[in-house]
Design a protein around this ligand. Structure first.
Ligand code: FAD
Length: 385
């Protein structure tokens, strides 16, 4: 049976999140974008209502729900602020690495505060040498007795500035074919030699901190290794491939829904030739296109999340969703701008921000070309020639 409806509990949850988001996030989204401010003071509030630990089991302080509910949170936030949505999902991303890779002791130590929002976290993988070349990383982790010494620089790291806890990948050896083996380490704010570097100034997704994270001879004990030594590539790729791409798809959904709702509002209020422009067929076509793209992306995104909740590997499904949803968010926000005429590019209306946010979403979670490579590889294997 294929069921495309949310359960009653999921609908109630969405309503509760919407109330919080409409009161706390919607009125401030333009200000955060203008000032490029990440509202870290909201973390304990979001923790309290369960947004941060939504997919984390109750024993570690979470709500014990699934990835459908997690996606819902990101879509609802991104409807008003895609910038804050990327900061929140990056918090999920690092929590996912801890949940999947950490020891019981590490989970009990770190996850409850991250669920409560009294601490913020991030995941630092990308380096200046190229994010797509995942195993070509240059950050090194070298054993020194019982400790590890880490050196390197990560770039474009969301939450890199405010994070109390950062999960970082480093090269800790080579396999017998000479390929880099990565391991994941956990750093805490205040670790000597570890900290944020320069902050980037982005065209979109502002309202989230993005920038460098520097490790200069950082010495950490063995209990900061997350997962087995050499298992970091798998652990990091899993989070990016599932939580990262699912969340970027949900950001695309939020932008499309925002573009649709703002278009409808404007089209009903703007009078031309003595009647609202929503009566013009060309305007209706813009609206019909956005609706179609939104609905199709929604099916791809929630289907992939439901597969993950069933424990099925959904790497290709998340790649399909991320590619389509972000691409369509670019088009949908452009449609909204065109529909509004000159008003569409005025900062008084949010659609120009939606368009900047959509464009800034293309590379995060892996570029469009990388998604197409995953999709093509799977298609060539799975479809009959
Ligand atoms: C707003 C934002 C937030 C981010 N947050 C984080 C974060 O929290 N943590 C983190 O670790 N990273 C983060 N990133 C980094 C992001 O994951 C990378 O930007 C992404 O992986 C691409 O890497 P790159 O920018 O170095 O581009 P590159 O890898 O240098 O790619 C350059 C171009 O080459 C193309 N290309 C690369 N390889 C291939 C190939 N095999 N075939 C065809 N074309 C190819 C790409 O598609 C792209 O067009 C963030 C990025 C942004 C923009």
């Amino acid at each position: 049976m294929i069921d495309f409806t949310f359960t009653e509990d999921q609908d109630m949850l969405k309503t509760a999140f919407r109330e919080f988001i409409e009161a706390e996030i919607a009125p401030n989204a333009a200000k955060w974008d203008e000032q490029d401010l990440c509202p870290v003071e909201l973390w304990p509030r979001m923790g309290e209502i369960g947004m941060l630990g939504i997919f984390i089991p109750e024993e570690y302080g979470g709500a014990g729900l699934g990835h459908i509910e997690r996606i819902m949170v990101i879509e609802e936030i991104a409807r008003y602020s895609a910038g804050l949505a990327i900061a929140v999902f990056t918090h999920h991303l690092a929590m996912g690495a801890i949940l999947d890779g950490a020891s019981e002791e590490q989970k009990k130590k770190y996850l409850p505060e991250l669920c409560a929002g009294t601490k913020i976290c991030g995941l630092a993988v990308t380096e200046p040498g190229g994010g797509s070349d995942f195993t070509g990383q240059k950050t090194t982790g070298v054993k020194d007795g019982d400790n590890w010494v880490i050196n390197g620089r990560k770039c474009f790291i969301t939450n890199g500035g405010p994070a109390d806890i950062t999960v970082v990948t480093a090269v800790t050896g080579q396999d017998d074919r000479g390929r880099n083996q990565l391991s994941c380490f956990l750093f805490e704010k205040g670790d000597e030699g570890f900290g944020p570097g320069r902050k980037e100034h982005k065209m979109g997704l502002r309202g989230s901190w993005t920038g460098d994270v520097i490790m200069d001879e950082v010495k950490v004990s063995a209990d900061r290794l997350i997962g087995a030594e050499g298992a970091g590539a798998g652990l990091g790729m899993k989070q990016i491939g599932e939580i990262g791409r699912a969340s970027m798809s949900a950001i695309g959904l939020g932008i499309m829904r925002g573009s649709l709702e703002e278009s409808i509002k404007f089209a009903n209020e703007r009078i031309l030739y003595g009647k609202p422009i929503s009566k013009l067929q060309a305007i209706q076509f813009h609206i019909a296109e956005i609706r179609t793209w939104y609905e199709a992306a929604r099916l791809l995104t929630y289907r992939a999340a439901s597969l993950k909740d069933k424990g099925v590997s959904a790497i290709t499904e998340f790649a399909l969703a991320k590619y389509f949803s972000v691409d369509m968010a670019v088009k949908a926000s452009q449609n909204a701008i065109e529909l509004m005429g000159g008003y569409g590019v005025m900062t008084e209306y949010p659609v120009e921000r939606f368009h900047r946010d959509a464009l800034a979403s293309i590379s995060s979670g892996g570029t469009t070309e990388i998604q197409k490579l995953i999709i093509a590889g799977d298609t060539l294997r799975s479809f009959k020639a």
